[in-house]
Design a binder for this molecule. Structure first.
Ligand SMILES: [Zn+2]
Length: 467
């Protein structure tokens, strides 16, 4: 079988890229350019989402070039392809209101199954409303930000006009859910709403967020369409080709729950994918439909931090099994969830202590998680349509985002082993045809010196061993 590792990357429309310095990755197959804007990136000391994506694309591109030089002694035939997903909704002539409406519409369409309308409307409108407050109205909120007020150039006129960009909006307080017995709601003020919807102070509202969210919505939509198209094809004529998808959104998603954002996450891509792919309205595998099987999906979250948003979204939904392998919440973010005993039929939490290495505990926890997916797939009326891997790479040794003295200690070869163990366990034990769709979704990872290698190791090792 030929495995096609399809890398989908969210890219902003050209007019959003300004004149910033960009990293350019060339796809050999498509003679296509993937342009990633690396500027305006540092949302805080650790979070560099654009640089992370660029480094991952560069590492994968190197793998592709090496692969073409090698005579193939691999266990199966696999190849890498790149697609950029560009969404042109926000044209340079659009007014800010048009962009806001477009953002709400796109996000509602893709994320409306797993997020509240209130959160989506807030994300679509918050930046404009924050700017409308003016400098006096914003004071003193935003002064906590590491992201300095900058200038940018407008591409809408021939004469470049420098414009000051306000500081990001960072929530100033939090809801009082436990200690306050009166009903609470978001209210109407943008600062109050930021405090209502955010679970922490590390998920700011900033100038390019809206086009990035539109672009991420387009990315998830493209993944859904690719998976559905592939499953329809494999149901009709037995192609000897299998897709493994790797999604590189602007922002991670696994901490975002139905009505809240946090931990660098605004909207939950893995959850949106699982919800769409298990929907009864999505065509998939006529034979399974005839047997009245239930479409189910599994999300395997290997980020260092618990996938609390994903687990919360599916906590009462037994169509989606959520498994998270993460640092013990007694030792690291988000502290209040992710304990071993707070799972249920839809959630399996596998917390591990700080300092965990591949050999001492990670491998066995991953095996346990994969075995749970196999059991889930083997349930009598289950039609497992997708396995979605929330691929956080902050499990790497000395990742700076871990709270001091915590952190795991995985190294580059461990990520090869991780991809191999995932592929061999799932392909050997899930015998039904067609196989479930495999979709990797990029989550966290903050060691920029190794992030490309770690990512490429997992997904290419998976592609080598998936059959
Ligand atoms: Zn993380």
């Amino acid at each position: 079988m030929t495995v096609r590792l399809l890398v989908l990357s969210a890219v902003l429309p050209p007019n959003q890229n300004d004149n910033s310095s960009c990293a350019i990755v060339q796809s050999e197959q498509e003679k296509d350019l993937v342009v990633v804007d690396c500027t305006k990136d540092a949302l805080d000391e650790f979070n560099h989402p654009r640089l992370r994506r660029t480094l991952i694309l560069e590492a994968l591109n190197k793998q592709q070039q090496q692969q073409q030089l090698l005579s193939d002694g691999e266990t199966n035939d696999w190849r890498l392809e790149f697609r950029r997903v560009v969404h042109f909704t926000a044209s340079s002539s659009s007014s800010s209101t048009d962009t806001t409406a477009a953002a709400a519409l796109c996000c509602q369409q893709v994320y409306g199954r797993v997020h509240s309308d209130g959160l989506i409307q807030f994300l679509a409108t918050a930046w404009n409303r924050w700017c409308d407050l003016g400098e006096a109205g914003r004071d003193p909120i935003g002064t906590m930000s590491n992201r300095q007020t900058t200038t940018t150039s407008s591409s809408t006129t021939a004469n470049t006009v420098a414009a000051a960009i306000p500081p990001p909006l960072i929530p100033a307080c939090t809801p009082l859910l436990r200690c306050h017995t009166m009903p609470q709601r978001a209210g109407n003020h943008v600062i109050g709403q930021a405090s209502f919807y955010a679970t922490d102070t590390c998920t700011p509202i900033f100038d390019t967020l809206v086009p990035e969210l539109i672009s991420d919505a387009a990315l998830v939509q493209a993944a859904i369409e690719t998976v559905v198209a592939t499953s329809n094809t494999s149901g009709n004529n037995k192609t000897d080709e299998s897709n493994v998808l790797y999604l590189l959104p602007h922002h991670p998603g696994h901490h975002a729950a139905y009505d809240c954002m946090g931990g660098y996450c605004y909207l939950n891509h893995a959850a949106a994918l699982a919800s769409h792919l298990t929907s009864t309205s999505v065509t998939n595998n006529a034979a399974a439909l005839q047997k009245q099987e239930r479409k189910v999906a599994a999300i395997l979250d290997v980020d260092y931090h618990v996938g609390n948003g994903t687990a919360a979204i599916f906590h009462d939904n037994d169509n989606v099994l959520v498994i998270s392998i993460h640092c013990d919440p007694d030792c690291d973010y988000p502290f209040h969830v992710g304990f071993a005993d707070d799972g249920n039929a839809s959630t399996l939490h596998l917390p591990l202590p700080p300092g965990t290495t591949w050999d001492d505990a990670y491998r066995s926890a991953l095996q346990q998680g994969l075995d749970a997916i196999v059991s889930f797939a083997q349930c009598e009326n289950h039609n497992l349509v997708a396995v979605i891997v929330s691929l956080g790479l902050d499990t790497y040794d000395q990742d700076p985002c871990a709270i001091r003295r915590a952190g795991f200690a995985l190294t580059a070869p461990d990520y090869l082993a991780m991809g191999e163990l995932m592929a061999t366990t799932l392909s050997r034990n899930i015998e039904r045809q067609p196989k479930p769709a495999i979709v990797f979704v990029q989550e966290g990872g903050y060691r920029m010196d190794v992030i490309g290698t770690a990512a490429a190791n997992v997904v290419t090792s998976f592609a080598r061993h998936w059959s």
